[in-house]
Write a protein that binds this ligand. Structure first.
Ligand SMILES: NC(=O)c1ccc[n+]([C@@H]2O[C@H](COP(=O)([O-])OP(=O)(O)OC[C@H]3O[C@@H](n4cnc5c(N)ncnc54)[C@H](O)[C@@H]3O)[C@@H](O)[C@H]2O)c1
Length: 341
């Protein structure tokens, strides 16, 4: 393989999730994919100290230092994963894009719509790939639903996690619920007409648990529950469409489809039971993050539009911010703001 066919990548932010990106780039490199882990950027002194030995690549303490080496030709980068906390996404991603480097930025795309819009503009201006890390799009159970869609009208999403002191720079809507918002927006393909929401801070200073009802112009309704203070881990999305119920378990990567033949739908209980069919399609398992990174590298190679584009990331962020505004309004209406310090 020629040197120029190999994609040199960097991971910016080697915290809990950045380590997953590092693991996958390294695994792809070791399995013969044309990719090379070329650099890590990590601001934490203690963490940075151990990374060089562990990963055998140059470790930089800032994006600027890394890009300075790119300018002098000491380092060559084609692409970078941005895995710093959300509040730092814009600064890191914009610097890479402006330097001509393709970017996979973790979800949510940015901390504000203005930043998200600016990132999309920068990617366009510099003709760069900008992909957003909504990894559930690559979950095999989600991709298997593509051929099943037939005008879904009602969604129920549950995403519950046990508390961990991570991602506390954002609330549970931007931390967890945004995964389901992105999936439902993709499946519904209709503008949002109304948002009703309630959310409460429980263990952190930001909203830790939220329940939301979103209505779409098509008439579809979606209920979302997300919690990061649960006693169990749940990752489920269920939807109903004419004569059909589809249940996705993101964690188990399985799919259950129950349908009732149209002509038996209004018949007697016996006829309905006889007309029911239940299927559990065989789904080849795969790690969503690996599939996401492989898809990103393919876009870097072919210059195709990414599966999860900057615009998709912006749309999910826009809905998440609307939900947060509805939560704030509800909190004032219900007098809950008197409990916040
Ligand atoms: N796709 C998913 O399912 C998923 C899951 C978890 C986290 N995430 C996202 O990944 C991102 C990181 O989350 P995390 O849980 O790994 O956080 P973390 O706090 O564990 O790690 C962040 C790391 O970035 C470093 N850092 C901060 N600013 C930096 C900068 N300017 N340059 C270089 N390094 C910097 C920190 O020192 C830390 O090591 C967040 O955006 C989060 O939303 C995505």
């Amino acid at each position: 393989m020629t040197e120029s066919a190999i994609q040199n990548v960097a991971v910016c932010g080697a915290g809990v999730f950045g380590l997953n990106h590092l693991r996958i780039y390294r695994a792809l490199q070791q399995s013969g994919s044309p990719v090379r882990l070329a650099a890590i950027i990590e601001t934490d002194v203690l963490r940075a100290g151990k990374l060089e030995q562990e990963w055998g690549v140059s470790v930089y303490r800032s994006v600027e230092a890394c890009l300075a080496d790119c300018r002098t030709g000491k380092l060559h980068l084609d692409a970078a994963s941005v895995c710093v906390p959300t509040n730092g996404h814009f600064q890191a991603a914009s610097a890479f894009l402006a330097a001509g480097i393709d970017v996979l930025v973790e979800k949510p795309l940015a901390a504000s719509l203005e930043e998200a819009t600016r990132l999309i503009e920068l990617a366009e201006q510099h003709q760069r790939i900008l992909q957003v890390g909504h990894l559930e799009r690559f979950n095999p159970a989600v991709t298997a639903t593509r051929g099943l869609l037939n005008g879904p009208m009602f969604f129920e999403a549950h995403r519950l996690s046990v508390f961990s002191p991570r991602s506390l720079d954002v609330d549970v809507v931007l931390d967890l619920m945004i995964h389901d918002l992105d999936i439902v927006l993709t499946l519904v393909q209709s503008p949002v007409s109304q948002v009703h929401a309630v959310g409460l801070p429980i263990l952190s200073r930001k909203v830790d648990i939220a329940n939301v009802r979103v209505e779409f112009e098509s008439g579809c309704v979606a209920n979302f529950t997300a919690s990061r203070v649960s006693t169990e881990r749940v990752r489920k999305l269920r939807f109903f469409q004419p004569h059909e119920y589809v249940s996705i378990d993101y964690a188990r990567q399985d799919l259950l489809v129950i349908n009732v033949a149209a002509k038996t739908a209004l018949a007697s209980a016996e006829a309905m039971a006889a007309g029911l069919s239940m299927q559990k399609p065989q789904i080849p398992q795969g790690e969503p993050l690996r599939l996401e990174i492989e898809s990103f590298l393919e876009c870097v190679r072919t210059r195709q539009r990414p599966e999860v584009s900057g615009e998709d990331g912006r749309a999910a962020l826009e809905l998440a911010l609307k939900i947060n505004a509805a939560i704030a309004e509800h909190s004032i209406r219900a007098g809950l703001d008197r409990y916040s310090s």
